[in-house]
Design a protein around this ligand. Structure first.
Ligand SMILES: Cc1cc2nc3c(=O)[nH]c(=O)nc-3n(C[C@H](O)[C@H](O)[C@H](O)COP(=O)(O)O)c2cc1C
Length: 264
């Protein structure tokens, strides 16, 4: 019996967190959620975890799709870590309900504040800000790992009630529009046609026309295309041209390409 941590990521924060937790839990394999298809799950695990980003104060749709594939998973302990830019809000409460509807009980749920990759709200912040966030995240990961090792039962971490009520409404309102929000993406004259955006997209949502990216309206809003473009040539609306890009400094573009691949 072994431990597994499943992860979903656009810019590497969740992969980094999954790796760090796995380092402290001997016998743990980390597996991209995207690589799992029904019937390809291990039969039984001791500890199972999920690490994923908070999107629009809730659980991203690819993570919800993943939960449908692990129905009735047999595990001794199930934990979740929701990486976020400071507002975990209702994501873990929502996750607990979604898991329960698939016959899985969430043993513990942790929010982990990381740099925000949501560029429409601005860049990730200064080097000092980032370093402070990473230091705090390392400390929190130690606590999470110890808690998981001890199989502690903990209610999912959550934001204040007013916040959860209000922002859950925004989540529900935005949910059906996420796929087509890619209408705001464009590539400017700096685009060299390198194709990295195509490769890092976990939704296979980008094709090319004369070497330039074209978005196909099945976007998951992970911002990997924009954040990993080596030329900063991909923009979202009018305001991102001069804004710093972000991806986790210890995660490589090749890790992200692998993370989005299906095993089938
Ligand atoms: C579409 C989108 C929506 C987001 N919404 C939230 C949010 O509601 N609350 C929050 O704290 N961070 C939010 N973020 C920031 C991410 O949750 C955070 O940066 C996360 O660690 C990114 O993980 P990744 O690097 O594994 O993709 C959002 C990011 C994106 C791309």
């Amino acid at each position: 019996m072994k431990n597994i941590i499943f992860y979903y990521t656009g810019t590497g924060n969740s992969l980094w967190a999954a790796k760090k937790i796995a380092e402290g839990l001997p016998g743990t394999e980390i597996i991209p959620m995207k690589s799992i298809a029904e019937n390809t799950l291990p039969h039984e695990t001791d500890i199972t975890g999920m690490v994923f980003p908070v999107y629009i104060w809730g659980v991203p749709s690819p993570v919800l799709d993943f939960i449908r594939k692990i129905r009735n998973l047999k595990t001794g302990y199930f934990f979740a870590v929701a990486t976020n830019g400071g507002q975990v809000s209702n994501a873990l409460v929502q996750l607990k309900k979604e898991l329960a509807s698939e016959g899985i009980s969430l043993s513990s749920g942790f929010g982990l504040t990381m740099p925000s990759n949501y560029i429409p709200f601005g860049g990730p912040g200064s080097r000092e800000t980032l370093d402070a966030i990473f230091r705090k995240a390392e400390e929190k990961i130690k606590l999470v790992t110890e808690s998981v090792k001890g199989k502690e039962l903990r209610s999912p971490e959550k934001g204040p009630l007013w916040h959860r009520l209000l922002f859950s409404m925004f989540y529900r309102m935005s949910f059906s529009h996420v796929n087509v929000m890619d209408k705001k993406f464009s590539a400017d004259s700096r685009c060299t046609g390198c194709g990295i955006c195509v490769k890092v997209c976990p939704a296979a949502n980008i094709s090319t026309d004369n070497g330039k990216p074209v978005w196909l309206h099945k976007c998951e809003q992970c911002f990997a295309c924009l954040q990993w473009c080596p030329e900063k040539a991909i923009q979202y609306g009018e305001k991102t041209a001069g804004v710093d890009r972000y991806h986790h400094p210890e995660i490589k573009v090749s890790d992200i390409i692998l993370s989005g691949k299906s095993r089938l």
